[in-house]
Design a protein around this ligand. Structure first.
Ligand SMILES: *Cc1c(COP(=O)(O)O)cnc(C)c1O
Length: 388
């Protein structure tokens, strides 16, 4: 009997090592990884640049706490600032913590502005922001909240893309509007530019801040460094994690100048956040993903993958709609999505289920055409088996 708390479904597979796009079990079975540890292993497994950076850092120093200045953290923050709307960055260890920091920032900003009652946050239906009490309260998913009441007060939810309702709900107590530019867990739902532009207008006219949760869609996943760059809209706050450390736990919350200024020494903190080891990983990942050629590669692979899926979708009745951007792609299944994930796994392809009966494909961003061909061939086989 496992001594691990039963918060996860129990897969029988375990991996011993990984290399590039593949994972290997102890008995040598090989799997094509289109899951990436849920959008984390952006550079695939055992990437030499990431491994080298970690080796060099861990031989020198693992951890010191934020009582001291951490050069790797200074460097990583500067790079994020230079590449975004932001003027400062707070480092933490996970997506939920990054969102949590953003929630605190939005409230603190209005508090410092003499508006302490402006603490409510508007979120989207079918969103996911993590498993802490505040982030559960934000996403309002019944299945995640059950048994954990009371939730945190101050969150209002509006259907994604429902601008009319959003205009109705937003008022002088709205601190910010929080959303994922591309919903991941919710079923790979890409928000329209029109919707994001409307949110920007609402933000301008009401003073509610914009907070993008790019924990899953950020760090080159969609073929831009950040998914919101596909629109003209800039947030005031942005949360990152997953791909940021390429497999080492790293989260970050970015804020523009006016919001950043709300935080003072002592306002917020983390023991582990931004330690030398995690920052070595984040800097190494960023060395690669920030390159224009790399982003272009993700765009091209995403386009090729989506086109392959669309044409397969036209030949089979096992799935229909293909959704997504870059290498954050989903298919809407006509069978139960978790059964599909299991069938694919049995045939050597790792994927992950999402809301709305979607199977999500999150390959490492280093994927090449032949890996996509291999994945699509497995999907094709599984669709044939399932429809006969
Ligand atoms: C995964 C995810 C989170 C939570 O991240 P954890 O590291 O599991 O806490 C938050 N927001 C989004 C959009 C996510 O995809």
């Amino acid at each position: 009997m496992s001594a691990v708390m039963k918060t996860y479904g129990s897969s029988e597979i375990s991996f011993e090592r990984g290399e590039g796009m593949y994972l290997y079990t102890e008995s040598g079975d090989k799997y094509l990884d289109f899951c990436s540890g849920i959008a984390v292993s952006a550079l695939g497994h055992s990437h030499p640049h990431l491994i080298r950076a970690l080796k060099e850092q861990t031989e020198k120093l693992l951890h010191v706490s934020n009582l001291y200045k951490i050069p790797g953290q200074e460097k990583m923050a500067k790079r994020l600032v230079e590449n975004t709307f932001a003027s400062s960055v707070f480092f933490c260890n996970s997506g939920a913590e990054a969102v949590e920091c953003g929630i605190k920032l939005a409230r603190k900003f209005h508090y410092e502005n003499g508006d302490p009652n402006r603490f409510r946050i508007i979120t989207c239906s079918n969103s996911f922001h993590g498993r802490t009490l505040a982030t559960l309260s934000a996403a309002k998913q019944e299945k995640h909240m059950a048994g954990f009441a009371p939730m945190l007060d101050g969150f209002d939810q509006v259907h994604i893309e429902d601008i009319e309702k959003l205009e109705e709900v937003v008022n002088e107590s709205t601190a910010c509007i929080l959303l994922e530019p591309v919903q991941g867990e919710g079923g790979v739902v890409v928000t329209s530019n029109h919707y994001l532009e409307k949110i920007q207008q609402i933000s301008k006219s009401t003073g509610a801040l914009i907070f993008f949760d790019e924990v899953q869609c950020g760090i080159a996943r969609t073929g831009k460094l950040f998914a919101h760059e596909w629109s003209s809209v800039k947030p005031d706050i942005m949360s990152l994690a997953k791909g940021l450390g390429g497999g080492i736990p790293v989260g970050a919350c970015l804020a523009n100048e006016k919001v950043s200024s709300a935080m003072k020494p002592g306002s917020h903190g983390s023991t582990f956040g931004g330690n030398p080891t995690s920052m070595a990983a984040a800097n190494a990942v960023f060395d690669i993903v920030e390159k224009t050629t790399f982003l272009k590669h993700v765009q091209e692979m995403g386009k090729y993958f989506k086109e392959s899926l669309v044409s397969l979708g036209q030949e089979t009745n096992v799935f229909g709609e293909v959704r997504g951007m870059g290498l954050l792609v989903g298919i809407v299944c006509n069978i139960t999505n978790t059964d599909m994930v299991k069938e694919l796994e049995d045939n050597g392809l790792l994927t992950v289920a999402a809301g709305d009966n979607v199977v999500r494909f999150l390959p490492p961003l280093i994927t090449e055409k032949h890996h996509i061909d291999e994945a699509v061939a497995i999907l094709n086989d599984v669709c044939r088996q399932l429809s006969t």
